[in-house]
Design a protein around this ligand. Structure first.
Ligand SMILES: Cc1cc2nc3c(=O)[nH]c(=O)nc-3n(C[C@H](O)[C@H](O)[C@H](O)COP(=O)(O)OP(=O)(O)OC[C@H]3O[C@@H](n4cnc5c(N)ncnc54)[C@H](O)[C@@H]3O)c2cc1C
Length: 397
C-alpha cells in the first residue's frame, strides 16, 4: 500500500510550511518554561493571534474563526506538520482545543460573541471544571451544586485537578442543577468568572515538576453566576462533557504517534552514548531489541491512525480512538521507562531527554509526566473497558 496525497493537499502542506518557516516562534521562545497550562506569556498570545489572523489556528473552521474551511485530510496534514515541528497552537490548550469548540457548538449567539473570538485570539484563558474528589472516571457522579435563584445560579462545591485554574480568566464548570434527576440528566455547564467572590483557587505541586504547577483545587462558596452564563440547556450539560471534538479527535492520534517516534529517535541517540559498563549502550543486544520494538510500535501507531482516519472519512465509526490513546500513551511511557533504566541511577535526573513541547526535562521527569497522558480523557483502564465491551463485544463487568 502506498499512501499519497492529492496535488491540492500537497499544495496546502507547502503553503503551511512556507508560512511556518516565516512565522513560527524561535526555539528559545518555545522552550521557555511555562508556569501552567493557562499561563499565557505575551509572545504566546501574539503567536496564537498570528495563527488566527492567517487562518492557520483551526484550519477546518471559517476565516472569521481563524480557519480556512480546510477539508479533513488537510486538517490531518496540518496536525502532522505541527507535530513534526513540535509546535503547539496555544499556551492554553484546554481553552482552544476543548472549550472553544464547545462554545461554537452549544453557546448562545451572545456567548459566542463574548467568549469565542476572544478565546481564539488568546485574549482570555480557560480552565475546565469537571473532576471532583468523588467524580473522575465516573464524572456523572459530580456533586458541585448550582441552584437557580432569580436571575442567578448560586454555586457551592469543589473541583480538583483543575489544570491552570490559578492563571485562567474563566472556568467552564459542570454542576448539578437537578439532584432529583438520574445522574446523567441533572448536570449543566456554567461559564464562571474565576475572580468572582466565593471562588477560591488553590494550586498544588506535582511530584513530576518543580517549576510547572498546573493542578488546582477550586472551591465554590455561594458563587453568584448570571443566568446568561448557562451554556447549553438547563440539565442538558452531559453531551457537552462528552466533548465537541469529534472532528479533531479523529486526528489527535498524530500527537501520540509523533511522541513515540521522538522517543525512538532519542533512544537511538542515547544508544550511541556510553553506558554504565563503559561501552555504547546500543552495543547491548537487549538495548537494540527493545529500541527496534519501540520503532515497530511507532510505525503501528501511524498505520492504525491512518486506518481510523480513512474510516472516519467514509463516515464509519472508528474504535481506533481508544486503541490509539491506550497504545500511544503506554508505548511512550514504556520507551521513557526503558531510557531511564538504561541510563542507570547516576544519570537518572541529569541526562536531558531534549526539549519537548514547551517543557524541557530529564528522562526521569519526562517519564513522570507521561502519566499525564494515560489518565485524563479516560484512563488506560477505562480505554480497555471500552475496547473489551464496544470493540470485542465482551459482556459488561
Ligand atoms: C495531566 C492531567 C490533567 C488533568 N486536567 C484536568 C482538568 O483540567 N479538569 C478536570 O476536571 N480534570 C482534570 N484531570 C483529572 C482527570 O480527568 C481525572 O484524573 C480522570 O478522569 C480520572 O479520575 P480520578 O483521578 O478521579 O480517578 P478515578 O476515576 O478515581 O480512578 C482511580 C483508578 O481506578 C481506575 N478505574 C476507575 N473506574 C474504573 C472502571 N470502571 N474500571 C476499571 N478501572 C477503573 C482508574 O483507571 C484509575 O486507575 C486531569 C488529570 C491529569 C492526569
Amino acid at each position: 500500500m502506498r499512501l499519497r496525497y492529492a496535488p491540492e493537499d500537497e499544495a496546502f502542506r507547502a503553503e503551511l510550511d512556507r508560512w511556518l518557516d516565516e512565522h513560527q516562534p524561535s526555539d528559545e521562545r518555545v522552550h521557555e518554561p511555562k508556569q501552567s497550562s493557562a499561563h499565557m506569556p505575551q509572545w504566546a498570545r501574539d503567536w496564537q493571534r498570528a495563527l488566527f489572523d492567517a487562518g492557520w489556528l483551526v484550519p477546518g473552521w471559517s476565516p472569521e474563526l481563524g480557519g480556512r474551511n480546510a477539508t479533513p485530510t488537510q486538517q490531518m496534514i496540518y496536525f502532522e506538520e505541527m507535530s513534526s515541528r513540535e509546535i503547539l497552537r496555544s499556551a492554553n490548550p484546554q481553552g482552544l482545543g476543548i472549550i472553544a469548540p464547545s462554545i461554537n457548538d452549544y453557546g448562545t449567539p451572545e456567548q459566542k460573541e463574548r467568549f469565542l473570538v476572544p478565546t481564539l485570539r488568546a485574549e482570555i484563558s480557560w480552565c475546565l471544571g469537571m473532576s471532583e474528589p468523588g467524580a473522575g472516571s465516573d464524572l456523572a457522579s459530580l456533586k458541585t451544586r448550582a441552584e437557580l435563584i432569580g436571575d442567578e445560579f448560586v454555586v457551592n462545591g469543589q473541583k480538583v485537578w483543575t489544570s491552570g485554574a490559578h492563571h485562567a480568566d474563566w472556568c467552564l464548570c459542570f454542576v448539578r442543577t437537578d439532584p432529583a434527576a438520574p445522574k446523567h440528566k441533572g448536570i449543566s455547564a456554567l461559564i464562571i468568572d474565576t475572580t468572582a467572590p466565593g471562588v477560591e483557587r488553590r494550586p498544588f505541586p506535582e511530584l513530576s515538576d518543580n517549576e510547572f504547577c498546573d493542578f488546582n483545587e477550586v472551591f465554590f462558596t455561594d458563587v453568584r453566576v448570571p443566568k446568561e452564563n448557562l451554556m447549553g440547556p438547563l440539565n442538558g450539560g452531559w453531551p457537552i462533557t462528552q466533548g465537541s471534538l469529534a472532528h479533531e479527535r479523529a486526528m489527535l492520534w498524530i500527537t501520540y504517534a509523533y511522541d513515540v517516534q521522538r522517543a525512538v529517535k532519542a533512544l537511538v541517540e542515547l544508544g550511541k552514548s556510553e553506558g554504565p559498563n563503559g561501552k555504547p549502550l546500543g552495543e547491548d543486544a537487549r538495548y537494540r531489541d527493545a529500541v527496534a520494538g519501540f520503532y515497530v510500535d511507532a510505525q503501528a501507531l501511524m498505520t492504525m491512525g491512518y486506518r481510523g482516519f480513512s474510516k472516519f472519512l467514509k463516515g464509519k465509526s472508528a474504535p481506533e480512538h481508544s486503541l490509539l490513546k491506550l497504545y500511544g500513551s503506554e508505548s511512550l511511557q514504556k520507551a521513557l521507562l526503558f531510557g531511564m533504566e538504561a541510563l542507570g541511577m547516576e544519570e537518572l535526573d541529569l541526562a536531558c531527554f531534549g526539549p519537548q513541547m514547551w517543557r524541557e526535562g530529564s528522562w526521569a521527569i519526562q517519564y513522570l509526566r507521561s502519566f499525564g497522558a494515560t489518565i485524563p480523557g479516560g484512563t488506560s483502564e477505562i480505554q480497555r473497558n471500552i475496547i473489551a465491551e464496544r470493540v470485542l463485544g465482551l459482556p459488561r463487568a
